[in-house]
Design a protein around this ligand. Structure first.
Ligand SMILES: Cc1cc2nc3c(=O)[nH]c(=O)nc-3n(C[C@H](O)[C@H](O)[C@H](O)COP(=O)(O)OP(=O)(O)OC[C@H]3O[C@@H](n4cnc5c(N)ncnc54)[C@H](O)[C@@H]3O)c2cc1C
Length: 315
């Protein structure tokens, strides 16, 4: 355990704490080790104080969303991992202004439930994200999306917490989100507001069903994975090309190391079985990058975020 963190570190902060907390099994891969400390703040004020205290003390701080794009290394991670599981971080509310409706969601809210709630209320704009497992915060951080749109398309503002624990808001003219990445520099996204348009709930529900059916037909949704392992790269003539196609053309479908394998259904998905270690997934990603580069000259960039002990960054 990190000796920097004593049990009295969180005194007078409304937070539930678990030392040596197994966070690997909170991810979709269901792999990897423990965090020195898992902190579940019970209020925005508690979250803000934890962020400020960690930064002041030089303690590494990470935030775990739904764990759908995350691989925790076998040795786990140092410092504090925050999870926004308290109900105060899951609230969503609609504020109707003229023809547009603003849906305000806290970062811990579940994206799929939010899409369904919007559909029931006859609000159109998020259904393109159907079938993407995410918290609102993780979805914004990753600019989740695909063939049917990205989360940034209807996002009009966000509120973040700075390293000092201060609330900072950004409106859409300050965003510069790109393919599968946001330009947010604050460590925590606290909430997002989406501008949605009224429409017939049945039409929205049908669109959700159609998109979900398309996703199910294309991706190994029943297997354990973190979605696409790599971003679709840009080729020499400046076109975004399918990473899955490059991996497939490099003969890697079915390629396995330990309990991890390149999916037969979609080559950009690395699936795991119950014997897999995080290092198997890391070794496969390394080998896939190498072989695709040898075969095509294109560098694949990881989409899956890897958390390792003593690594400064997410990747
Ligand atoms: C079966 C499957 C299918 C998928 N399909 C798609 C798809 O079609 N399109 C797509 O884009 N993705 C897809 N993904 C990947 C994943 O759903 C997205 O990347 C999603 O945005 C991850 O959200 P999360 O809450 O799970 O984030 P996590 O995986 O928990 O975290 C991802 C990153 O976001 C950061 N983060 C999380 N919450 C916050 C916050 N509140 N503030 C700041 N940073 C935060 C984490 O620190 C981490 O760096 C798929 C995954 C799976 C398992």
């Amino acid at each position: 355990m990190n000796t920097l963190i004593q049990s009295d570190f969180f005194t007078n902060i409304d937070v539930k704490i678990q030392f040596d907390a197994p966070i690997g099994n909170m991810t979709y891969f269901d792999l990897g080790g423990s965090a020195d400390v898992l902190a579940l703040p019970q209020s925005i004020d508690a979250l803000s104080r934890i962020v400020k205290k960690c930064y002041n003390a030089g303690i590494p701080l990470r935030i775990l969303g739904k764990g759908a794009n995350l691989l925790v290394d076998d040795d786990g991670v140092e410092g504090v991992v925050i999870k926004l599981s308290h109900d105060c971080f899951k609230a969503c509310s609609v504020d109707a202004k003229n023809a547009a409706h603003n849906l305000h969601c806290m970062a811990g809210a579940d994206l799929s439930q939010t899409i369904m709630q919007s559909a029931r209320e006859g609000l159109q704009g998020l259904e393109g994200l159907s079938g993407i497992p995410a918290s609102i915060g993780g979805g914004i951080q990753m600019n989740a999306g695909g063939k049917f749109g990205s989360i940034v398309d209807s996002l009009t503002s966000i509120t973040c917490l700075s390293e000092n624990g201060e609330l900072i808001s950004h409106s859409s003219d300050e965003f510069c989100f790109e393919y599968r990445q946001s330009n947010i520099t604050e460590p925590i996204i606290l909430s997002g507001t989406f501008t949605l348009t009224p429409d017939d709930p049945i039409v929205i529900r049908d669109a959700i069903k159609e998109i979900f059916a398309w996703k199910k037909s294309m991706q190994p949704l029943a297997d354990t994975s973190a979605g696409c392992a790599f971003k679709n790269p840009i080729n020499k003539i400046n076109e975004r090309v399918s990473a899955g196609k490059l991996i497939d053309e490099s003969g890697l479908k079915g390629f396995s190391i330990g309990g991890a394998m390149v999916s037969h259904q979609h080559a950009n998905f690395i699936t795991t079985n119950s014997t897999a270690k995080a290092q198997d997934v890391i070794a496969i990603m390394h080998e896939v990058k190498k072989r695709v580069f040898d075969n095509t000259g294109i560098h694949l960039q990881q989409e899956v975020v890897v958390w390792s002990r003593n690594s400064e960054t997410d990747q």
